[in-house]
Design a protein around this ligand. Structure first.
Ligand code: FES
Ligand code: FE
Length: 332
């Protein structure tokens, strides 16, 4: 076994996952995190580039995140080996006059920044990073909420995000209100890239952070990745907004969540109303999603009982199954 082959979970290699908000990754401060059980150290070099490395020194396995960044190098806390931005060991203090050998390298994973987040892939990327077009539309502004850590599997959180029928019960007075409980039929489209729900209509007392009255509103949902989905809402109103729901597995049953909210350009106070509205809904969802068991999302259609309003969730489960996805789900 090579140093690079240490037990990364093969079920998630090839997929891009978010690991931190870009704004939280400051130059010179190493940050420890975990992705699918893999300990990572995140750091930003002086040229602004984000780095995602295995949090393990190749010398004796100490956590690099306990070290420091100096001179644009990561200094291991144990014997002081210094790793340059290309992950090679540039200096080993026990032999200061000798160049370290080429095998003395940290394990660096690909990193890219998009939608206000740093993303990485723990293997060879199988596809490009997902596309969330509203983020790039002119005249709009983004506000990020999170991270929130859920004691739940990512696919349960995504399925909750796609669900309309819970609104009057989990978000009363805001996203729904008894007796307006009926979920009209909507359209579901499945493509190789994901699953979409169109013309998803529902009556809501307060459909946005700026809304002053109730209305029947329309959502468009898109699953963009096994752990990421988006919604668009109120398309013809000035308080229209889109949300990118990004979940990332700390391990199989613990998930870090960010919501990227996109809305018309506005002042900071209005932006906080959009972000706060989104955050409040998520905090209402959290205890329910954490209560669901089994924790993994069952992909066998016989494992749970369904209602017609669940067609989008059923399509998401089917898409995961057909894709051979096995992380955070059960298949038998
Ligand atoms: Fe890192 Fe020895 S364990 S320098
Ligand atoms: Fe909800």
């Amino acid at each position: 076994m090579t140093a690079n082959a240490l037990d990364v979970d093969p079920r998630i290699t090839g997929e891009w996952f978010a690991v931190i908000a870009s704004a939280s990754l400051k130059t010179g401060e190493p940050i420890a995190t975990t992705l699918a059980g893999e300990p990572l150290v995140l750091w930003r070099s002086a040229d602004g580039v984000a780095h995602v490395w295995r949090d393990r020194c190749p010398h004796r396995g100490a956590r690099l995140s306990l070290g420091r960044i100096a001179g644009d190098r990561v200094h291991c806390p144990y014997h002081g080996w210094q790793f340059a931005a290309d992950a090679s060991c540039a200096h080993w203090p026990a032999h200061p006059a000798e160049a370290p050998p080429a095998v003395a390298r940290a394990v660096a994973y690909p990193a890219q920044e998009a939608y206000g987040l740093v993303w990485t892939c723990l293997g060879e990327p199988a596809r490009a990073l997902l596309e969330f077009a509203p983020y790039h539309q002119p005249g709009r502004r983004a506000g990020i909420d999170g991270p929130h850590d859920f004691n739940a599997c990512g696919p349960r959180i995504i399925e909750n995000f796609l669900d309309l029928a819970h609104f009057p019960f989990v978000h009363p007075g805001v996203l729904g209100e008894v007796p307006h409980t009926s979920v009209p039929d909507y359209e579901v489209i499945t493509t190789s890239a994901g699953v979409e729900g169109h013309r998803c209509r529902f009556w809501q007392p307060k459909p946005s952070g700026l809304a002053t009255g109730g209305a029947e509103v329309e959502y468009t949902y898109r699953v963009l990745h096994p752990f990421v989905a988006s919604l668009g809402k109120l398309p013809d109103r000035p308080d229209a907004f889109d949300v990118l729901m990004v979940t990332s597995p700390l391990d199989e049953t613990h998930t870090r969540v960010w919501k990227i909210n996109v809305f018309a350009d506005c002042d900071d106070a209005q932006a906080e109303r959009f972000v706060g509205f989104s955050r409040a809904a998520m905090l209402q969802d959290k205890p329910i999603v954490e209560s669901q068991w089994p924790k993994p999302l069952p992909l066998d259609p016989r494992a749970e009982v369904h209602q017609r309003a669940d067609r989008l969730a059923a399509a998401y489960r089917r898409w995961l199954r057909e894709r051979g996805w096995s992380y955070g789900v059960t298949t038998a």
